[in-house]
Design a protein around this ligand. Sequence first.
Ligand SMILES: C[S@@+](CC[C@H](N)C(=O)[O-])C[C@H]1O[C@@H](n2cnc3c(N)ncnc32)[C@H](O)[C@@H]1O
Length: 228
Amino acid sequence: MPSDTTTRHRFYGRRKGKPLTALRQKIFDDVFPKYKIDPNQFFHGWNDGENGRGELWLEIGFGNGEYLSHMSRSRPDICFIGCEPFVNGITALLASLDTPVQNLKIWDDNARILMDGLPDHCLDRVYLLNPDPWPKTRHHKRRFVQKDSMNILSRLLKPKGLFVMSTDVAELAEWMHLHAWAHPDFEWMARSKDDWVTPPIDWPIGQTRYMKKALGGKDIYWLIFKRR
Ligand SMILES: C[S@@+](CC[C@H](N)C(=O)[O-])C[C@H]1O[C@@H](n2cnc3c(N)ncnc32)[C@H](O)[C@@H]1O
């Protein structure tokens, strides 16, 4: 598993925000190592049919982890991997877990580095909620959804696996839609003409911090694609 962040998969966001409080630092030092993923160990024997493991869902850029916090506690039958290089977000997620959970692993670097090392067709779902929009044209290449990331997702998702995206930025929604729609292995799951602004049927929580910031008349756009 390469851990190089300098060249192919450079991460452009923040890894640190405000200094961690003493409690959050303790969480990072003592609790985070229990959740930090070792992909080589984790995937050895995963879903080989003998250990009867359930579905595997990946969230890319979980921010403060509202979705993973809710889901890892309410769906112990599913295993979740969350990717987030922002230390303050990782500690926010871990602080929100009042009791430890066994079905959550965290990758604290660029999701693409982890994804490159994952086995084929190991994922049942991938969530990309409110990714950084990178609005300037010269920064569009930094957006997570690109032709090559769609190829990786095609390799990683099982047939009928879902790729769920959201954003409050209309232009980014169009970008993500176009890239996913153009990929021959993905099918848009639109159920109605209002599908763009309708959360997935099983969306369990209100809004993440970023969705709340988007409120004030703006819509959240949802895009759900199925791996053929
Ligand atoms: C705008 S925030 C949204 C956070 C969260 N998904 C939400 O809806 O509240 C985007 C997050 O994605 C993370 N991120 C950006 N690029 C990433 C990458 N390549 N791999 C993993 N996380 C990434 C950032 O650190 C940031 O926390």
